[in-house]
Design a protein around this ligand. Structure first.
Ligand SMILES: [Zn+2]
Length: 469
């Protein structure tokens, strides 16, 4: 019986082990989508303790703690950092089977050299050891990134962000590239016109453009898009339930925009038309700037009113939705393709029922301009676990070209999440190695090894228009 989390963790065949250790393990990390706070990278903050580094802001852990019967006081409330950590340590043994159990122990091992299991018995010792290390310069935020051999990070910012921290990092010549990604969700959030107007007012002030109609709204957004480009942005990202691709006319959108500015509520049809127009316009901006657009599809967000009212969004009350994906997505992409303005695109789905759907959708719009132009993105959020990753890889291999896949990203808010790339690479190597040993793939380690190296690093490097040196 293999030991828990040994050298060959997740690698069930000899070939899988060779592929991982010889072709994946030592490759650097190209993290093209995450939610790390750029200000903290710029400040090169040292965390005060393990709770600050690990539990603050991590809604995956919060959700597990709530499920384990822990009171909110010890999750997001006023309990002190050690009390919160104790409750997390109580929860970890109940996470067996959940990726949090693997992530937790992989993170303790890779960053801190701790091989013990976290439990109430080991909580104090682990907390003290890690917290002490975290307060030293060797564990500052930048050191944590270096420790994991990260070469590039894309954070995620809204159009109103000044990008001052990215500027500072670039001016300083920090050796790890820190780019921003443009996430304009708020600019098309037509469900709440009061909130949308707050956004538009701020945009107006920032761009010094009077936003009186839809055209001037787009002009201001284009100005911000251009500003992002000048400051190194080469990707956009959209968190949406599904793609929006309703029919609309310019006249209809003008009328909807007038209603928004008048603070009137929009009906569902008007909301969808507005979102459709925005999605199309954003994609055109991305195409013109040679950016990659990412669509994160399928989350049903803020489901618990009680927690939304007290804690706001992104606190662990989201789940998998069952939206209609295929038809609007095909229409959205086709509309751009038919005017030769479809940018490179990565599509991520949250509902595992849609794996085959996306794996086949991407094939419709490949155009020979670059390998894997339209990508089926890595298993995300609730699917970022062993089965979810395997299912995504398998669907992509079955229905597309796995060898052209741009691979893993952390999509995390925590600086301690980088072992997720290792986790992904091990699962990839395990799948390929298993297939070799079953006689389904040739036992050609040069061929397979190159494929592993490409998916782990080289493909992303070639795909995204960002330089590493
Ligand atoms: Zn994300």
């Amino acid at each position: 019986m293999p030991k828990f989390m040994s050298e060959d963790f997740l690698l069930q065949t000899r070939t899988a082990s060779v592929l991982y250790h010889e072709h994946a393990e030592n490759l650097p990390i190209y993290d093209y989508h995450c939610h790390l706070p750029a200000d903290q990278i710029a400040a090169d903050r040292c965390f005060e303790n393990l709770t600050q580094a690990w539990l603050a802001g991590d809604h995956y852990k919060w959700r597990a703690m709530r499920t384990n019967g822990i009171a909110e006081k010890f999750i997001t409330g006023g309990a002190n950092d050690y009390e919160k950590f104790e409750k997390w340590a109580q929860t970890v043994p109940c996470c067996l089977g959940n990726p949090l159990y693997h992530w937790t122990h992989l993170e303790l091992k890779r960053y801190f050299g701790i091989n013990k299991l976290l439990s109430p018995e080991t909580a104090k010792e682990i907390y003290e050891t890690c917290s002490e290390l975290l307060r030293t310069p060797d564990y500052s935020i930048r050191s944590l990134l270096r420790r994991m051999n990260v070469k590039l990070v894309c954070t995620t910012e809204g159009p109103l962000d000044t990008l001052e921290h990215h500027k500072k990092l670039r001016e300083e010549g920090f050796e790890i590239k820190v780019h921003t990604a443009w996430r304009p969700d708020k600019a098309m959030a037509a469900e709440d016109t009061a909130e949308l107007n707050v956004f538009i007012d701020k945009l107006e002030e920032m761009c010094d453009i009077a936003i009186a109609d839809f055209e001037s709204y787009l002009e201001a957004l284009r100005e911000r898009h251009h500003y992002f480009h000048e400051n190194g942005c080469r990707l956009s990202d959209h968190g949406i339930e599904t793609a929006y691709a309703e029919e609309y006319t310019a006249n209809e959108i003008e009328k909807v925009f007038d209603k928004i500015r008048a603070g009137e509520e929009l009906n569902r049809a008007e909301q969808l038309k507005f979102k459709s127009a925005m999605m199309h316009e954003f994609a055109l901006m991305d195409y013109e700037s040679d950016w990659v657009q990412q669509l994160h599809l399928g989350a049903l967000r803020n489901n618990c009113t009680r927690l939304f009212k007290t804690l706001g969004p992104d606190i662990g009350c989201d789940s998998i939705g069952d939206f209609e994906i295929a038809r609007p997505l095909a229409k959205f992409l086709d509309r751009l393709d038919s005017i030769e303005s479809l940018p490179k695109t990565i599509l991520y789905n949250l509902n595992p029922r849609d794996n085959a759907l996306l794996a086949t959708m991407i094939g419709n719009f490949q155009d020979g301009s670059s390998p894997g132009k339209i990508q089926f993105g890595s298993a995300w959020w609730f699917l970022d676990q062993k089965d979810g990753i395997e299912d995504q890889l398998r669907a992509l291999a079955d229905m597309g070209l796995l060898s052209r896949f741009v691979g893993m990203l952390t999509d995390s808010r925590s600086f301690l999440s980088y072992p997720r790339h290792e986790y992904f690479r091990r699962i990839l190597c395990n799948m390929l190695g298993g297939d070799v040993e079953a006689g389904l793939l040739p036992n050609d380690l040069a061929l397979l090894g190159k494929m592993v190296e490409d998916i782990s690093f080289n493909n992303a490097r070639a795909y995204f228009p960002m330089e590493l040196d």
